[in-house]
Design a protein around this ligand. Sequence first.
Ligand code: HEC
Ligand code: HEC
Length: 287
Amino acid sequence: MSKKQIDEFSGTETTGHDWDGIRELNSPMPRWWVWTYYATILWAVAYWIAMPAWPLLSDYTRGLLGHSQRAQLSDQIAAVKAGQADLIARTAKAGLTEIQADPELLEFALAGGRSAFAVNCSQCHGTGASGSDGYPNLNDDDWLWGGTVAQIEATIQYGIRADHDDTRISEMPAFGRDEILNPQQVDEVADYVMALSRDDDLAESLPGKALFSENCVDCHGAGGKGNSELGAPNLANGIWLYEGGKPAVVDTITHSRSGMMPAWVSRLDQVAIKQLAVYVHSLGGGE
Ligand code: HEC
Ligand code: HEC
C-alpha cells in the first residue's frame, strides 16, 4: 500500500485509483446510513422467522408468531355476529307486528331484509322490487295474495305454485286452449276486461260482461276487483302483471299463466324470512 494521497484541490484523501490523471476521491457512505442498511437486513430476517413469509411447494413458512389474516378476518366476522346475536335472538322470538313496533328491531329487519332481497329475490322481482312481465311489482298496493305483513310472510315461506304442501295455489283455466270459450268469446271477454280499467259505462254495455259473470267472477270478483284468497289479480285498476294491452289479456285467457315463485322456508332461516316480510311490507304498498 502506498501512503495516503491527498487531492490538492479538495484536500480530500483519494482512493489511489487513477484514470488518465483523474483520481477518485475517497468519500464513503455516512455511518448512520450504513448502520440503517444493516438494520433493515436484520429486520427482514427476523420478519421471515416471525411472520408467514416464504412460499414452499405446497405450503408456506408460517412464522413463529402464528399470524394469519384469514383467522383475523373470521375473528372480526365472529365479533360482528356476536354483536348482532342479541338482535337476532330478539327477532327470532318476536312476532311480525312486534318487530315493526320496535324501532331497533325494525331498523335491523329493514337492513337485513334489503340485503337478503338483493341476494335472493332481485333476479325475479328486480333490484328495486319493481318487477317485470310476470313478476309482480312489490312497491305498489296491488297484491295478488294479500299485502298484510302476515300474508306477505306466508307467500315468502311457502311460495306460489311451488313444491310445498302449504304453497299458495290456484289455477286459472286455459279458456281458449281447452275450448271452454270459443275465440270470439275470448275476444269479447277480453274487450270487457280492457274496459274495466278504462270506462265503466262502456264495460256495462259490452257482450263480454255476461261471459265474465259466468266464467270469471268466482275468482276475479264482481267488477274484476280481484280476490287475494285465490291470487286472482284485480283487473280493474290498470295495473297488469302480464304486460298491459289486449293481446296479453287474450293470451292469458287463452292459455292461462300460472306464475311460480319458490318456497323459501327450507332455503332461508326464519329470521331472514321475517326480515324479508317486514322489508317488502315497508316498500310502500303494505296493507
Ligand atoms: C324465480 C322467480 C322468483 C323469485 C326468486 C322470487 N319470486 Fe316472488 N314471485 C314470483 C312470481 C312469478 C310471483 C307471482 C306469482 C303469481 O302469479 O301469483 C311472485 C310473487 C311474490 C309475492 C306476492 C306478491 C303479491 O302481489 O301478492 C311476494 C310478496 C314475493 N313474490 C316476494 C318474494 C321475495 C321476498 C323473494 C325472495 C326471498 C321472492 N319473491 C323471490 C317469482 C319469484
Ligand atoms: C280459478 C280462478 C280463476 C278463474 C276462474 C279466472 N281467473 Fe283469471 N287469473 C287467475 C289467477 C290466479 C291469475 C294470476 C295469474 C297467474 O296465474 O300467474 C289470473 C290472471 C288473469 C289475468 C292477468 C291479469 C294481469 O294483471 O296480467 C287476466 C287478464 C285474467 N286472469 C282474466 C280472466 C278472465 C277473463 C277470466 C274468465 C274468462 C278468468 N280470468 C278466470 C285466476 C282465475
